[in-house]
Design a protein around this ligand. Structure first.
Ligand code: PEP
Ligand code: MN
Length: 337
């Protein structure tokens, strides 16, 4: 249930309403839209609390929430969530491009790729310093050295950076360097990690788990929101199906669905969802047409030598070629890129 406060409700009045809710042993979460404070109550308050609240002049109305993910839902906040990271607006009119290699493999190669994707039109740089690999014998990432290289790339290009955090013990270290923290598909339901990131003052990009339903994905986002972090980006990265030709199956319908259910920005990762670089431009076009607020695209200067995910990585030239048609689709649907 959401309590919509009057736009001119004073701080003391909002406090009073929150106290009344807590006095009846309900948890309450505070949010806001452009005009007013919104208070979300967990549970099913009875008639008594509803009549107390309705009688309060600072309360405009009470809205029942039909979804289990209350704070992430459009019932709670109908207006799209937008926020800024390092000069880049997330969730706004412009479709945001995140790009870079799967993993940070070395200083020279990373800085070269960072410059190339910047020229190609990237807004944010990606690169894993901690890699969640299926095999323990595969390259696991450069760890803090990788984070330092990412930070240097930010200095040189002026672009903000995103990198994955794999466990709650490294949150503090990763957050010291990165602008956006990425939660990988394999960690979407690592609830301890989500709680920790909910208390962090950094935006989080939450990948959809490879076998997660849209509701489970939004419930994972709810962990971040309910712990106080409202700067959350949802990222569809493909789900497991019976199809083996592609690495995963890109569930594009999840984009309009998630956007209808939630106010959070929704991105698409055409690289991990297909596993094949040739498919990346097509799925990127489709993702933009489906309403994605951003794309996360893997680029490598020499995919054959990549330590991770070479087959799905575009060379910088192909990345550059992909941008103009994307811009055309963006314009057609009233957005920019
Ligand atoms: C990644 O983006 O580097 C990654 C590992 O993606 P996912 O968690 O979607 O597999
Ligand atoms: Mn990858």
């Amino acid at each position: 249930m959401v309590i919509v406060m009057n736009p001119n409700a004073a701080e003391e009045e909002i406090d009073q309403v929150m106290k009344s809710i807590r006095s009846l042993h309900f948890d309450v979460y505070r949010s806001k839209d452009r005009y007013r404070a919104l208070l979300g109550i967990i549970g099913q308050p009875g008639e008594d609390l509803c009549s107390i609240l309705e009688a309060m002049p600072s309360v405009e109305k009470i809205v029942p929430v039909s979804q289990p993910f209350m704070l992430a839902s459009r019932d709670f906040k109908n207006e799209k969530t937008t926020f800024e990271v390092g000069g880049v607006e997330i969730g706004g009119e412009k479709i945001v491009i995140i790009s870079g290699p799967c993993a940070v493999e070395g200083r020279e190669s990373y800085l070269q790729t960072a410059e190339a994707v910047k020229q190609g039109g990237a807004d944010i740089l990606r690169g894993g310093a901690y890699k969640p690999r299926t095999s323990p014998y595969s390259f696991q990432g450069l760890e803090e050295e990788g984070l330092k290289i990412l930070a240097e790339a930010r200095e040189r290009t002026g672009l903000p950076i995103i990198t994955e955090v794999m466990d709650q013990h490294s949150v503090e270290l990763v957050a010291r360097y990165t602008d956006i923290v990425q939660v990988g598909a394999r960690n979407m339901q690592n609830f301890k990690l989500l709680k920790e990131l909910g208390q962090l003052d950094k935006p989080v990009l939450l990948k959809r788990g490879m076998s997660a339903t849209i509701e489970e994905w939004l419930m994972a986002a709810e962990y971040l929101l309910s712990n106080g972090n409202y700067r959350v980006i949802l990222c569809e990265r493909g789900i497991r199906t019976f199809e083996t030709y592609t690495r995963n199956t890109l569930d594009l319908s999840a984009v309009p669905v998630a956007k209808e259910l939630s106010h959070l920005p929704v991105f698409v990762d055409p690289s991990h969802s297909t596993g094949r670089w040739k498919l990346v431009p097509y799925m990127s076009l489709a993702a933009v047409a489906a309403g994605a607020d951003g794309l996360m695209v893997e680029v490598h200067t020499s995919p054959k030598e990549a330590l991770c995910d070479g087959p799905q990585s575009l060379i910088p030239e192909k990345f550059l070629q992909m941008i103009a048609p994307l811009r055309g689709v963006a314009q057609t649907i009233g957005r920019t890129l």
